[in-house]
Write a protein that binds this ligand. Structure first.
Ligand code: NAP
Length: 295
């Protein structure tokens, strides 16, 4: 689809997803306004309830990526920051949008953790939300945009799987031991991992922006989730290294507590039903080609 030249406000544009997405939006003819934390007229600070007066000027779509990184030990302070950056941040944006005449599209990140962390069969966008801290954050984060849908705005929530990029995120953290031949499956390797390459995730955001038929929750994952054992084997193969040394689940739980249970050891088989029905074409539907593309 050709670029349609929208003025797009991107929150969290400096992060892993935003840094890959913004140049692609610009190459398609969109004008990108990057929103970062600060106290100026063109900045925001969700923790302080600050949104600069000029931030929404001329904006035709918002892509809301900002959020405290979840891959850290969840102290009380970190839990508060994870919640506040997402829920209070979305409330702040929606409140400001509601005070305007125009109705920009609102495309927001969410996570497959919406469905919980422990598998009970394959899930698609119609499945119920699950248990755990991140599931409750995702429910409230998505719910914070509900007043915008109620006011007639188009809202899209991209429930994102494990993003595969060589530049950051989960994969970049795994690479050092794998490159030394010291990698292997996490835990027993039987857990399902629902992933997406960074390139395909960027394409999903572009589709969400340019295809007005896309509305509501969308699972942003590749069509073929894999077991932890296959994930490790294919990563080792892409690097030309053995990948047989497992990381014990107990060690991860001791080091990272609840975060290990809900994120690193999560067992989620998520299906991208909406994207498939819409005819979305993945450039990397298979995990092996995704590793080769991003590394
Ligand atoms: N990467 C993944 O595997 C993955 C998986 C599922 C869901 N997601 C979701 O997708 C979104 C983008 O992911 P990402 O990997 O690009 O995230 P990221 O690299 O951690 O970047 C997020 C950006 O959010 C802003 N931010 C960080 N802490 C914040 C805070 N306490 N309050 C307000 N803003 C804060 C920062 O931008 P500034 O410093 O410029 O303000 C940061 O660059 C996130 O909401 C994430 O939860 C990602």
């Amino acid at each position: 689809m050709p670029g349609v030249g929208k003025t797009v406000l991107v929150t969290g544009a400096s992060g892993l997803v935003g840094a890959a997405l913004c140049p692609v939006l610009e190459s398609r003819g969109h004008r990108v306004c990057r929103l970062s934390r600060g106290t100026g007229a063109n900045e925001w600070d969700p923790a302080r309830g600050h949104l600069g007066a000029e931030v929404l000027n001329g904006v035709e779509a918002v892509i809301h990526l900002a959020g405290e990184n979840v891959a850290q030990r969840w102290t009380a302070r970190v839990r508060q920051a994870i919640w506040e950056s997402r829920v209070a941040g979305t409330e702040l944006l929606v409140e400001a949008l509601l005070a305007q005449e125009t109705r920009p599209d609102f495309i927001m990140a969410s996570g497959i953790n919406y469905y919980g962390y422990a598998q009970s069969g394959a899930k698609d966008e119609g499945s119920a939300s699950g248990d755990g801290f991140l599931a409750s954050v995702c429910r409230e984060w998505e719910g914070a945009a509900a007043p915008w849908s109620a006011a007639g705005g188009r809202v899209v929530q991209l429930r994102t799987g494990i993003v595969l990029s060589g530049k950051g995120g989960a994969l970049a953290k795994m690479l050092p031991p794998f490159k030394l031949g010291l990698g292997g499956p996490i835990g027993n390797g039987r857990q399902k991992m629902s992933w997406i390459s960074i390139g395909d995730l960027v394409s999903v955001y572009v589709s969400a922006l340019e295809d007005a038929a896309l509305v509501g929750p969308i699972n942003a994952v590749a069509p073929k989730p894999v077991s932890g054992a296959v994930f490790a084997r294919e990563l080792g193969a892409a690097l030309g290294r053995p990948a047989v040394l497992p990381t014990p689940a107990l060690a991860l739980r001791l080091a990272f507590g609840e975060m290990a249970k809900e994120v690193i050891l999560s067992d989620l088989e998520i299906r991208p039903r909406v994207l498939e029905e819409r005819g979305f074409k993945w450039a990397q539907p298979e995990i092996g080609e995704a590793f080769r593309a991003v590394l």
